[in-house]
Design a protein around this ligand. Structure first.
Ligand code: GUN
Ligand code: ZN
Length: 432
C-alpha cells in the first residue's frame, strides 16, 4: 500500500558548484512525497498532489519539519565505536594505543555482532542511511556487519581490512589469505539485497606491495566492487610511506601502481596531496571522503575542498568514527565549515547538505538508487525537527529563508534534530 509524508521537503539534483543555485535543488515548503514498495513514487507541492492522492494512501503529516534524503557517510569504522573519544594522540600512536587493541576483539563473531548492532543504532540515530564501512582484518567482523545490515534492509558498503605488516601479530593476514577471505566475502555479499563489498587495504604502511597487488587483482576480477582506504592523512604517515615504497613516485602511486584507483575507489582524508597526486585523482575519477571531525581530533590537517572542486572530484562527508568524534553528519558539517573558515574557504549550507546527501551518493557511485527523491529511487529519508531543543526552536524562529535554516541545522544540530529515519520506506529510527 502506498504511503505519503507531508512536511517541507528538500533534495538536491545537482552540485551547487556546477550549476546555478536554483538548478541545484528542489524545495517544497509544503510538500508531499508518495512512496510505494519502498521507492519514491511522486513528489510535489501538497496543493498539487493532495487532490489526486488515492484514498488508499496512508498520509503522515509531520507538521513544522523538514524532510531530506538520508545522510551518506563515506568513511567510517564500525569496530572503532568503542574507541571514539580516546585521548591525546595523533594518527600513528592513536592506532597503536587504542585502535589495534580494540580491533583485535573482532575475531569473535558474537562480539562483532553486538558492536555492529550498536553501531547501526548510532548511525540511524544520526540520520545516516548509507555508509562506506571498514571492518577489521577478521572476516567474521564483516560477516557480522552484513548480517546486521541485511536484517534491517540497509544500503551499506563494507569490507574486510587487508593488513599484512606493521601491525600486531593477531591483526595480521597475508597477501594470499586476505585475497581468499575477501574473495569469499565478495562472492557471498556483494550485491546481495542492498549490500555491496569494498576491497579494503587499511593504508599503504600496513600492506606489502604483494598485498596491494592482490587487492588490485580482486578489483579486476570483480568489476563493480569498491576500493576503500586511507590516503595522505598525517605528515608522519606520508613520510613513512616514502620510506616503505622508495620505488613509487608518491603516496598515491602506491595504490595506482596496484590498479586501485577509479570511479568506485574512495580515499579518506587526502589532506597532504601533491599537485601530481591531485592531477592523478582527477584522471582516475577517484572519490574523496572529507572527514573534518577526525582531521581536527587527530590533528591531521585541513582539507582543501576548493582544490577538489577545481579537479572535478567527487567528495562526500565522512565521520571516520572512531578517529572522528561524532556519528552525526550535522556535526561533521559544523566542523567542515570551521575547517574551511581556517583555510579562507566558505562552505555554504547548500553545498554542505549536497555533500551529505547526493554528493555522498555520487562519491559511492550510487546516485542511481539513493541520494535524492527522484522518482524510482529508494526511499531513504529523514524527518528533521526544527524545534528539537529550546535554542534550536528559538534560533529557527529568527530564520527568514531556507539557507539560514540549513545553516542553523548544521551548526546547532546533532542526533536530537533527527526525529525519524526511514530506510526503503520503513521507519528505522524514531527519536524518543
Ligand atoms: N589510517 C590507517 N588506519 C586508520 C584508521 O583506523 N583511522 C584513521 N583515521 N586513519 C587510519
Ligand atoms: Zn578511517
Amino acid at each position: 500500500m502506498p504511503i505519503a509524508h507531508r512536511a517541507s521537503i528538500l533534495h538536491f539534483i545537482a552540485d551547487p558548484d556546477t550549476v546555478a543555485l536554483d538548478q541545484a535543488y528542489e524545495y517544497y515548503p509544503d510538500g508531499i512525497m508518495v512512496i510505494d514498495d519502498g521507492k519514491i513514487k511522486s513528489i510535489g507541492l501538497a496543493e498539487d498532489l493532495l487532490p489526486s492522492l488515492g484514498t488508499d494512501v496512508d498520509l503522515t503529516e509531520h507538521g513544522n519539519a523538514l524532510i531530506i534524503p538520508g545522510f551518506v557517510d563515506t568513511h567510517i569504522h564500525y569496530p572503532q565505536t568503542e574507541v571514539i573519544a580516546a585521548y591525546g594522540e595523533q594518527l600513528l600512536e592513536w592506532l597503536e594505543k587504542y585502535t589495534f587493541p580494540c580491533e583485535a576483539k573482532f575475531h569473535d563473531e558474537d562480539y562483532a555482532r553486538d558492536i555492529a548492532e550498536r553501531f547501526l543504532d548510532e548511525l540511524l540515530r544520526a540520520g545516516t542511511t548509507t555508509a562506506l564501512v571498514f571492518g577489521t582484518v577478521h572476516k567474521e567482523s564483516v560477516e557480522a556487519f552484513f548480517k546486521a545490515c541485511e536484517k534491517r534492509n540497509l544500503r551499506m558498503v563494507a569490507g574486510k581490512v587487508m593488513m599484512d605488516r606493521n601491525a600486531p601479530d593477531d591483526l595480521i593476514d597475508t597477501a594470499q589469505s586476505s585475497y581468499d577471505d575477501s574473495k569469499a566475502l565478495i562472492e557471498k555479499w556483494h550485491n546481495r539485497g542492498r549490500l555491496r563489498y569494498a576491497v579494503t587495504p587499511r593504508f599503504s604502511p600496513t600492506s606489502t606491495e604483494q598485498q596491494l597487488q592482490k587487492a588490485g587483482q580482486l578489483m579486476q576480477e570483480y568489476p563493480g566492487v569498491y576500493m576503500h582506504t586511507h590516503m595522505s592523512e598525517n605528515v608522519d604517515e606520508v613520510k613513512w610511506v616514502k620510506e616503505l615504497f622508495p620505488e613509487r613516485a608518491n603516496y598515491l602511486d602506491t595504490y595506482d601502481h596496484a590498479g586501485l584507483l577509479g570511479r568506485r575507489s574512495v580515499l579518506a582524508h587526502c589532506i597532504h596531496l601533491t599537485d601530481e597526486e591531485w592531477q592523478r585523482m582527477e584522471e582516475t575519477q577517484t572519490g574523496i571522503a572529507f572527514c573534518p571531525t577526525s582531521n581536527l581530533f587527530l590533528g591531521s590537517g585541513l582539507f582543501q575542498l576548493n582544490r577538489a572542486v577545481k579537479h572535478n572530484l567527487n567528495v562526500g562527508m565522512g565521520t571516520d568514527v572512531g578517529g572522528g568524534s561524532s556519528f552525526s553528519i550535522l556535526q561533521t558539517l559544523n566542523e567542515a565549515y570551521k575547517v574551511l573558515q581556517l583555510r579562507g574557504e566558505q562552505l555554504s549550507p547548500f553545498k554542505g547538505f549536497y555533500l551529505a546527501t547526493l554528493g555522498g551518493a555520487k562519491t559511492l557511485d550510487m546516485s542511481d538508487v539513493i541520494g535524492n527523491f527522484s522518482v524510482g529511487k529508494e526511499a531513504d529519508f529523514l524527518v528533521l525537527d526544527k524545534s528539537c531543543t529550546p535554542l534550536m526552536d528559538f534560533r529557527m524562529s529568527k530564520c527568514t529563508d531556507l539557507f539560514e535554516e540549513l545553516f542553523v541545522f548544521s551548526m546547532l544540530g546533532d542526533d536530537r534534530a533527527i526525529k525519524q529515519t526511514w530506510s526503503a520506506g520503513e521507519l528505522v529510527h524514531q527519536r524518543d
